[in-house]
Design a protein around this ligand. Structure first.
Ligand SMILES: [Zn+2]
Length: 452
């Protein structure tokens, strides 16, 4: 009995010792993150020098090359561009105006991707306002044919969870224009999916199959104005001009940088975000922030001379916004005879104060991750729970790789998302680096304690 007690005391003090060593390491990571301007300066560069990084754009390549040079200077073990081919789309300009007897009223508008182009003079037609795809489908085809369908449902601010608020409202943007096309409409206008009441349009993807029509997002104030004028005169006409083109089979890249593992280099821990943005935004929060935070993990590991057992690999995924081709290509390129996709973390929730991590994993793995929570709590982590793992890393699920998404205080996220509002001045240095701390801490602990 006495022997058993001694073992128990030893075990307890050992676990207290490792807990203490880990919390000291978390503190070191934090002090390093909060003392470095690299992530912040890298984000400034991406926002100011490479806005509009949609796949296929020159800005997207410039952004990759900038990061590649950064990692070369950091002297990581390897850094390279992973080439592949995919289709993309390009928007040169968008304009929407209401035609009145006194002249025209310009509305604030941006094309949705991949909107069809209009003719040079634009397309003019009557407008039919609806608030959902179901409402549209209840109309007769003859009522819709040739007209512009205007989806004008506001987001519901009664959701406490901002991402739920977004999911609830995004259907009219994602599927509305195709539903309009199927009803014979000539074009679609969609109220921006944002809780902000300004007039800055928020773009995003919309789904088409073989045929497309012009599909355009309106700023909230513009949508309200159009709705009000339609109430006064239902025979109002609107003119839509979209200068856009499809890009077929273009060459593009993911960027990969890594620090080799010392004990199990074939087991690969991925951290990353997406380097692309929509054409109309600097992409500070979406997702320049996720890129620079996860890039900073490698810098922190190098500077603190952490002896990682497994390979820590940063991936800048291309094309999250349009067809998610970068994430798919990355997963397809993995040869499981050569490496084991051990774990993946995606940061794509903006550089707001950290709140938690959601995991797509087994119950046993989640239990292990939850033991990390007390170590990460001082830096803002409130929850570690099951949930969505991330768009770009999702294709790794076929390898049963546990996946996690970094989560933030996101009330302001959809004010900025996919719009010209998403600029560098909206970034708070401390919030950015608290996030970097939590991400780096989770990667450190996963490398140390991962046992699957
Ligand atoms: Zn994003």
């Amino acid at each position: 009995m006495k022997k058993l007690l001694t073992i128990l005391v030893l075990l307890l003090s050992f676990s207290a010792f490792t807990q203490n060593a880990d919390s000291l390491m978390m503190r070191k990571i934090f002090e390093n993150a909060i003392s470095s301007n690299d992530a912040y300066n890298n984000l400034r560069y991406l926002c100011e020098n490479t806005p509009g990084r949609l796949m296929g754009s020159e800005a997207s390549i410039n952004a990759l090359n900038f990061l590649k040079t950064y990692f070369e200077k950091l002297d990581v073990d390897s850094v390279y561009l992973q080439e592949y081919k995919a289709d993309s789309w390009k928007c040169n300009s968008t304009s929407v105006s209401i035609i009145t007897s006194e002249g025209k009223i310009d509305l604030s508008a941006e094309a949705l991707g991949p909107s069809a182009a209009s003719s040079g003079k634009g397309l003019s037609s009557y407008v039919i306002e609806v608030h959902s795809i179901d409402e549209l489908k209840q109309l007769k085809k003859s009522e819709v044919e040739g007209k512009i369908v205007f989806f004008n449902r506001p987001v519901k601010n009664t959701f406490t969870e901002t991402f739920q608020m977004y999911s609830d409202a995004v259907g009219q943007r994602a599927r509305g224009p195709m539903a309009a096309l199927e009803m014979g409409a000539s074009a679609a206008l969609v109220r921006s999916v944002t809780s902000l009441s300004d007039d800055v349009p928020h773009t995003g993807s919309t789904r088409f199959e073989d045929n497309r029509i012009p599909a355009v997002a309106l700023g909230v104030e513009s949508a309200e104005l159009l709705s009000k004028l339609l109430e006064e005169n239902e025979n109002l006409k609107v003119n839509i001009k979209v200068d856009a083109e499809e890009l077929k089979g273009i060459t593009t890249y993911n960027l990969i940088a890594e620090i080799k593992g010392e004990e199990k280099p074939q087991e690969v821990i991925v951290v990353g975000g997406h380097i692309d943005t929509w054409f109309n935004t600097a992409g500070a929060h979406d997702d320049g922030a996720g890129i620079v935070q996860t890039a900073d993990v490698l810098r922190i590991f190098k500077e603190l001379k952490i002896h990682n057992k497994r390979t820590i690999r940063f991936v800048a995924f291309m094309d999250e916004e349009y067809t998610q081709s970068g994430g798919k290509h990355y997963a397809n390129s993995i040869d499981t005879l050569v490496e084991i996709p051990y774990f993946a973390l995606e940061a794509d929730a903006g550089a707001f104060a950290p709140t938690g991590f959601t995991f797509t994993s087994t119950v046993e793995q989640l239990k292990l991750f939850q033991t990390f929570k007390p170590l990460l709590e001082p830096y803002g982590i409130k929850f570690i729970k099951a949930g969505w793992g991330g768009v770009d890393i999702y294709p790794l699920k076929k390898f049963n790789t546990p996946l996690t998404a970094f989560r933030t205080e996101s009330h302001r996220y959809f004010d900025l998302h996919h719009s010209a509002n998403d600029t560098f001045d909206k970034i708070n240095f401390r919030e950015l680096q608290m996030g970097t701390t939590c991400i780096s801490g989770l990667i450190y602990l996963t490398d140390k304690y991962g046992d699957w």
